[in-house]
Design a protein around this ligand. Structure first.
Ligand SMILES: Cc1cc2nc3c(=O)[nH]c(=O)nc-3n(C[C@H](O)[C@H](O)[C@H](O)COP(=O)(O)O)c2cc1C
Length: 301
């Protein structure tokens, strides 16, 4: 018998495979392709206190082994989520986690406070890669003091599981991870996208309207595995690994590096069933290797 359930700091998941924010809509969009209840959880689109238009086009560019995006957190705001989306999410048979973004501490808190009214949302994932408008646009997640400030403030208004998603665009990921843990994170997810840029040589201008954007996909995986390995050794809270996972083998890299669970992002655009396939593939792997649970190989490296 294989037991794939994981306890993510009090948040119980039926298996360790989640879908990553911004790559799986609200889940419904994928319901024709797969049984959503096969997933450990769905992390929905980045949600902000107020509606956001997102950035002008072009805001996506294909790159070797990945993609650049500058979608800019387009969403209709937390009130729309609460009144229009939330009522439709019951009965999916999996945990729904809301990714929360903002450009000020007050904006993060406003979104989290509204979500606290929604009893079936058991966890939020705080995206601290957003620019801190009051401090000149530096991302909250690239400075220990700013990261601790936003995590601590949300901790005071959000009563349930608080996952904090770290940016890889830093020199010392462990310092930021510790700051988030000390400020009250229940788990840490990493990595968000790596800052990149591509040039459209025909038009002689940047490929994205915003000039720079976030790199994701298999190209970033070794960076993500390295950071997960560093952080998992340094903190007590569970770590959720992501970045370029496209197969069971890729997911196992993160688990062996110390991740309690994984998220699947860009790979959903290539194969919309990939997350469910990886969940069932992890069970097959355990059977083949005569493991009763992934605990036997977690952090083994
Ligand atoms: C189109 C797109 C939109 C994204 N939107 C969000 C978002 O709203 N919030 C967030 O925290 N991360 C967002 N991400 C980052 C992913 O959740 C993930 O951290 C990153 O892409 C690395 O994983 P991957 O290589 O498996 O895609 C987005 C990524 C892509 C490609």
């Amino acid at each position: 018998m294989v037991n794939l359930t994981v306890d993510l700091g009090g948040l119980r998941l039926k298996n360790p495979v989640l879908t990553a924010s911004g790559t799986f809509g609200y889940g419904h969009e994928y319901a024709d392709f797969m049984d959503l209840s096969a997933l450990g959880g769905i992390i929905v689109k980045g949600t902000t206190a107020e509606p956001r238009q997102g950035n002008p086009y072009p805001r996506m560019a294909e790159t070797p082994s990945g993609m650049l995006n500058a979608v800019g957190l387009q969403n209709k705001g937390v009130e729309h989520f609460a009144t229009e989306i939330y009522p439709t999410l019951h009965g999916l048979g999996t945990e729904v986690i809301v990714n929360v973004s903002g450009s000020s501490v007050a904006a993060y808190c406003a979104a989290a406070e509204r979500l606290a009214d929604l009893g079936k949302i058991h966890a939020i994932e705080l995206n601290i890669s957003c620019p801190n408008v009051r401090q000149g646009g530096m991302a909250f997640g690239t400075d220990c003091t700013a990261a601790a400030e936003v995590v601590g403030a949300v901790r005071r208004v959000w009563p349930r599981h608080l996952m904090v998603k770290l940016s890889p665009n830093v020199t010392d990921i462990v310092a930021i991870a510790r700051a988030a843990e000390d400020a009250g994170a229940d788990s840490l997810s990493l990595i968000n996208t790596l800052l990149g840029m591509a040039v459209d040589v025909e038009r002689r201008r940047p490929a994205l309207s915003t000039v720079t954007g976030g790199l994701s996909g298999p190209a970033v995986r070794p960076v993500a595995v390295r950071m997960v390995w560093q952080v998992a050794k340094a903190v007590k809270v569970p770590v959720v690994g992501l970045g370029g996972i496209c197969s069971v083998r890729d997911a196992l890299e993160f688990i062996m590096a110390g991740a309690m669970a994984v998220q699947i992002g860009t790979a959903n655009f290539v194969n919309p069933r990939i997350a469910a396939d990886i969940a069932s593939g992890l069970a097959d792997y355990c059977r083949r290797e005569s493991l009763t649970s992934l605990d036997e190989i977690r952090g083994v490296v």
